[in-house]
Design a protein around this ligand. Sequence first.
Ligand SMILES: [Zn+2]
Length: 350
Amino acid sequence: MAKPEAVVRKAVVRALYGRSTSLNLTTKKINDVPECISRLTNLSVLLLNNNFISDLPAELLSLRQLEELNLGNNALKEVPAVLGHLESLKKLYLFSNQITVVPPEVIGGLPNLVVLNLNHNQIQRLPPDIKRLEKLQHLSVLDNKLEEVPVEIGYLTSLVEINLTYNNLTLLPQQLYQCKELTKLHAARNKLTTLPEGITALAKLQVLDVAGNNLSMFPVQFHLLPLKELYCEGNRFVQHELMQSEQQAEVLPLKELVARFVLQQDRNRFSLVHMMLPHYPCLMTLLGNGSRCVVCRGPFLTTWLECVHFINLKKDMKMRCFLTIPVRALLCSYKCFNAEEHNYYGVATM
Ligand SMILES: [Zn+2]
């Protein structure tokens, strides 16, 4: 049998004479990528997956037309530095290596990337420079050691699908709501205790997988999402248990009383408050944290009473599933909580 190096050299020579635009060196038992590949400047597809490659020669930066590079199932410990010069890359597969670090300068040099697959590695964090990947549509970091997702993910406004399954995430960044094109979000088998409230702004989200986390409920207005599939088994959802609780009307602190008055006045665009508020940006920011009571629709600043209502996926969200899930709801007072005819349940704190 011919030696791997000889087989590769033959393939490269053939590609060179044939002016090939693709080169397939999948499963060729190679440890090193021959430098002569750098002479194939017409290449747009280079498949190097299923080998024993631990680094790439710097000469590969001459592959200016390369759009797809598959380095899956090799022995890389780091994302090779030369990749940061392959500006035309659209699809990059680095799955099943032993990568621990994603260098910022490499990620920052790939502005045309559409698909990035980092599955089955040892990555703990993604650099903030990920925000440079403005055209990225598919990001997959399945089965790694991620402890957080950088807030800069909010800059990736072309993202259609994110896979973060099997990591160590305890939360997802609020900024996720800026990824307006997102249709699939996989975050199963992590340690999430909450989902970001902004997730309900993802108007195209169809598939959400959050199975095997520590969620107790879903965020406010979750049931308004256009979901077609929801996977959420193996969480710690609050149970539907009735508990008797009669609370007396409370006296609100002065700050809360004033905030409610200002928020109420601000709804009337002819009021003095509404006209004057823009002159007080700090106040605007503060009041921006306010919410609206689900019972009386009145505004309030401080979350007074955290409740849940139980949403039936079939009946309320038109999904093909009979599951009932708890969704967070905020009430302004015990007066509203004690009012008749609503389906909001106080969350018992143990
Ligand atoms: Zn109320």
